[in-house]
Write a protein that binds this ligand. Structure first.
Ligand SMILES: C[S@@+](CC[C@H](N)C(=O)[O-])C[C@H]1O[C@@H](n2cnc3c(N)ncnc32)[C@H](O)[C@@H]1O
Length: 299
């Protein structure tokens, strides 16, 4: 991995995402890896045209996926292992995947030759998010997003206020958002960003975990990916976070759970670290953490 890279990948610098609705954004990370083998090239030429998502079709998901009422999005599907398994397990749901890494797109296209309920966007998931109608998704998946470990690169992390706002808009109330990470700092970051979003908006995402096993064990209906297998092999601790999209959120709920997450690991430094990260990353970090601490104080 490059020292400045997303964490476990080689950085090639920011590249312009496709321009949609007048916005042009940078995508960071690799767009291409090893030269594609003949089968992958064939999948791109013969299968991808059938699966490729027309961004303009996102306004009417029922027309895009005839006969289906439920829709899901996977952001950054990598090699597509999770997405294809979900699409096969739930033929009644229309699945959309977005991934800028062409080798991953080719791999999934090859595996998805017979998968009618799947559409792929070779590009930035934010281009999909901004075209989806309000409350149109039942589920969204963001599995092992690039961690961008350096402080000066934290702004590249996919979990941020802008993307959470987009996810909150497109997920139907009661819909679920699943986020996995093998990077403890990204897990903290996610909880903090979600707490900030909920606090600002008074709505957002409720973490559904009720006990440690709920976030340390992958649920049976959450297919594994190659990236996850490698992280486990390397001995990293994985977190599987599931949030429910809610119109009203009690912010103390998220903070208490975050606090318990820290103490259940015997990491008294957890809150402190989260506090430092928040203070560094946000202009109103101090005020925010005062509110967090106040909400954790027993009444
Ligand atoms: C660490 S990999 C994880 C891949 C996959 N989710 C898995 O679990 O195997 C992160 C992926 O997110 C993709 N990615 C990064 N920024 C993205 C964006 N703006 N939209 C869609 N995908 C993105 C990267 O290309 C990469 O494949």
């Amino acid at each position: 991995m490059g020292e400045d890279g997303p964490g476990r990948r080689t950085e090639v610098g920011g590249q312009l995402s496709s321009a949609t609705q007048g916005k042009r954004r940078l995508i960071y990370g690799r767009r291409q890896g090893r030269p594609l083998k003949a089968q992958a090239r064939d999948a791109l030429e013969t299968v991808l045209p059938r699966l490729a998502l027309d961004l303009d079709a996102l306004g009417d998901l029922k027309a895009l996926f005839p006969g289906r009422q439920d829709f899901a999005l996977e952001i950054g599907f990598g090699g597509g292992e999770h997405l294809i398994a979900q699409a096969k397990a739930h033929p009644e749901t229309g699945f959309i995947g977005a991934e800028p890494f062409i080798n991953g797109v080719a791999k999934l296209a090859d595996a998805a030759r017979e998968t009618p309920n799947l559409r792929l966007h070779h590009g930035d998931a934010r281009d999909v998010l901004e075209r989806l109608p309000d409350a149109s998704l039942g589920s969204a998946f963001l599995l092992f997003p690039d961690p961008w470990p350096k402080l000066r690169h934290h702004k590249r992390r996919f979990v941020n206020q802008e993307n959470l706002a987009a996810l909150a808009r497109v997920l139907a109330p009661g819909g679920r958002l699943r986020i996995a990470s093998d990077i403890p700092d990204y897990v903290r970051w996610t909880l903090i960003e979600i707490a900030r979003f909920n606090r600002t908006e008074g709505r957002g995402f409720v973490w559904t975990a009720r006990c440690k096993a709920d976030w340390t064990q992958r649920p049976a209906d959450w297919p594994s990916t190659r990236y996850e297998a490698k992280a486990l092999e390397a001995g990293r601790v994985l977190a599987y976070l599931e949030f429910e999209r809610a119109d009203r959120v009690d912010i103390r709920e998220v903070f208490r759970t975050a606090h318990e997450l820290g103490s259940s690991h015997g990491q008294r430094a957890h809150l402190h670290a989260a506090r430092m990260a928040s203070t560094a990353a946000t202009a109103d970090g101090r005020a925010f953490w005062k509110a967090v601490e106040a909400s954790l104080t027993p009444r």
